[in-house]
Design a protein around this ligand. Structure first.
Ligand code: ADP
Ligand code: MG
Length: 658
């Protein structure tokens, strides 16, 4: 005795809509043999479609047994059921369910994406189209075809995997009688070749093609009749086993599945150009700003380090006030006031100290002719020039005499030269600094920017002149010291500290002054640049995140809009993971392409900032990698949720979605 192809025992199916329940099937038992042509009839709402969906594994019973070729369907996993649909079943729906964006031939071969078999199956698809007389239309899209033609394409698609069973739910429901007859002729022909055909209809003329008519009422079979002379066409074909029901055994990369998904994603991105463009734009702006902002931060850091290097590594800076980082003078504590005596004291520590110089800082209003300019004003001692590497290459440094005599000579930075003198030579010219006449004796070597700070916007004058003539200060702003060798730094700091305490009569724990070496200065400066980088980085990250949310939004809309497409794909054998992958590929594809243009734009913006605004920028590989990984992660993360949502749908639910 041959196993029946389909067997239901006491199958129930109940739908829950809010509070109320609808019993669509209330205990259906039914056996269908191979090669039968069955018509399921009955009034609207009697449960015909529910029954067909269960037979076709598009839905599962709540209760009861269902065997397909002797295999209990209840024990199959979701993916295995998808495999059975792909291998064994072909579906024809009242609404055709062709994918609008694809050509006819691509629609027909679509089930093969999920079959796990090698090849492009174009020839096979054309052969099926020939069978339904539409091979000459294969490069058209579905909406260029009439309803009857579309249904013939759907039948061709149902045949592409050479299924044992054709399921058809009101296949002629949307067609006129001429087209209906044509469709029925094709289905009848398939039955004659040995296919099992199970069809739902409410029309007697259509049911007349079948060899067995089942009539349903209120979820039960009320009549089941075989017609004379319409026995199963193939009874002798021998036993058939369900093949390994899992389709697409191969991995993602096998059999061009991935390229298949890529092509589908690309198609759908192109089909919604504006929408895709907007979400790509979000990521684009995010990635570009991450790269540009990080380049700015890195540039500032690099400029700062460059500057620190030029200052030499055995420098000490002595200032009044407590030694806090960012420490301005504290109101509560006293602030040590340094004079030239302190400088001389320190300089007298011969074995430890190479140079020492007092400095005062202030602002200068510089006037030359009818031009004026504001600049940082530095009063420097004799040794300051060598220590800070500001000895002019054009012109000369101050003499000891000039410093002693409060001479009105000035050395100016290149920015000041540019602003006040344009192209002409400033040497020997007289400028006014805070209304006092000075003679320009040199141009300080160009240093460039340290972050946003222009190191060439400076005016240096003798420290004595600055204190007593220009700024009216009695005390130094600080003292710069160059230690004889880097190994002596700690020793020098202790010695200087003791000396200052002695002279100023300060206690051991007094913090009215501080001595910083380069590592501390470096720390202080880098904490500033780090804060800046962090700030810039987080602004950029936020814009990237917003871009990601945009993508998720688009993907959610896209999933909702394409629910029926998802239903169709699942009906023809797509597994959960296939649907997820399709949508993931789409969202990751969009983020990556946005990311790539973003990288180019980010580098471009950095270059523009460097060239036209003169800012220090440094594009780093790290920022590019960071932005790329981040945008890919955003694509995956924000694509995953909609993709999961899509994949979790039952085929029937998705197909019915309006
Ligand atoms: P037929 O195809 O014979 O017209 P169906 O099998 O589609 O009937 O439906 C049988 C009953 O189940 C009907 O009362 C219908 O309203 C109900 N039904 C079908 N599908 C659903 C669903 N997804 N949710 C709620 N009720 C449903
Ligand atoms: Mg129905």
């Amino acid at each position: 005795m041959m196993k029946p192809i389909l067997q239901l025992v006491d199958v129930h199916r109940t739908y829950q809509i809010g509070e109320s329940t609808v019993q669509a099937l209330r205990g259906v038992s039914l056996t269908i043999e191979r090669g039968e042509f069955v018509a399921i009839m009955g009034a609207s709402g009697s449960g015909k479609s529910s029954l067909l969906q269960i037979l076709g594994l598009l839905d599962n019973p709540d209760r009861g047994e269902f065997m397909i070729l002797g295999n209990n369907v209840n024990t199959l996993t979701e993916d295995e059921q998808a495999g059975v649909r792909n291998n064994v079943a072909g579906f024809v729906f009242q609404q055709f369910h062709l994918l609008k964006r694809m050509t006819i031939v691509d629609n027909v071969r679509l089930p093969h994406i999920y079959s796990g078999l090698k090849g492009d199956f174009r020839q096979e698809a054309i052969a099926r189209l020939k069978l339904v007389g539409l091979d000459h239309r294969m490069d058209h899209t579905p909406n260029q075809l009439s309803g009857g033609e579309q249904q013939r394409v759907a039948i061709a698609r149902a045949l592409i995997r050479d299924p044992l069973i054709i399921f058809a739910d009101e296949p002629t429901g949307n067609l006129d009688s001429k087209n209906s007859a044509e469709i029925m002729k094709i289905l009848k022909g398939l039955h004659d070749e040995g296919k099992t055909v199970i069809m739902v209809t409410h029309e007697n003329e259509i049911a007349a093609y079948a060899g067995r008519v089942i009539i349903m009422r209120d979820g039960l079979i009320v009549s089941d009749e075989r017609r004379e002379g319409m026995q199963p066409a193939v009874a002798a074909a021998g036993e058939i086993e369900l093949e390994s029901p899992v389709s697409g055994k191969g991995g993602l990369w096998q059999d061009g599945r991935f390229t298949g998904f890529m092509a589908q994603a690309f198609q759908s991105i192109l089909a919604n150009k504006m929408r895709s463009f907007l979400s790509v734009l979000g990521i684009f702006v995010g990635v570009a700003s991450v790269i540009a902002m990080m380049a700015l931060g890195e540039g500032a850091k690099a400029a700062m380090q460059e500057q620190l290097k030029s200052m030499g590594s055995n420098m000490l800076s002595i200032r009044g006030g407590s030694a806090r980082i960012h420490g301005a003078a504290q109101g509560a504590g006293a602030v040590a006031r340094f004079t030239f005596t302190d400088v001389d004291d320190i300089a007298s520590l011969r074995t430890l100290i190479k140079h020492a110089s007092g400095v005062v800082n202030g602002n200068g209003r510089i006037v030359y002719g009818n031009k004026n300019w504001s600049s940082q004003l530095t009063g420097a001692g004799f040794d300051y020039g060598t220590m800070r590497a500001v000895e002019p290459t054009v012109g000369r440094w101050f003499t000891r005499e000039e410093i002693l005599m409060r001479s009105k000579s000035a050395i100016i930075g290149v920015t000041v030269v540019k602003e006040l003198f344009g192209g002409s030579n400033p040497l020997g010219k007289t400028i006014k600094i805070n209304r006092i006449n000075f003679k320009v004796i040199g141009i300080a070597p160009a240093k460039g920017f340290s972050g946003p700070q222009d190191e060439d916007d400076v005016v240096i004058i003798p420290v004595t002149t600055a204190m007593y003539r220009v700024l009216g200060k009695e005390y130094l702003s600080g003292i710069f010291v160059e230690v004889a060798s880097p190994t002596l730094i700690e020793q020098a700091k202790t010695a200087i500290g003791e000396q200052i305490r002695k002279r100023h009569r300060l206690k051991e724990d007094d913090d009215s002054f501080n001595i910083r070496d380069m590592t501390e200065i470096q720390k202080m400066l880098s904490s500033t640049t780090q804060t800046m980088s962090l700030l810039l980085g987080s602004i950029a990250a936020i814009s990237l995140l917003v871009g990601g949310i945009g993508i998720m939004n688009i993907m959610l809309v896209s999933v909702t809009e394409r629910t029926r497409e998802i239903g169709l794909r699942k009906a023809i054998g797509a597994r959960k993971s296939d649907i997820m992958l399709q949508f993931l590929v789409e969202s990751v594809g969009m983020t990556i392409s946005g990311g790539c243009i973003g990288i180019l734009a980010g580098i471009g913006i950095s270059l523009i900032l460097a060239t036209f605004a003169g800012w220090a920028v440094k594009t780093s590989l790290v920022s590019v990698l960071l932005a790329t990984t981040f945008s890919a992660l955003i694509g995956i993360f924000f694509g995953l949720w909609p993709a999961r949502k899509a994949a979790a749908l039952k085929p029937v639910e998705a197909l019915r979605f309006e």
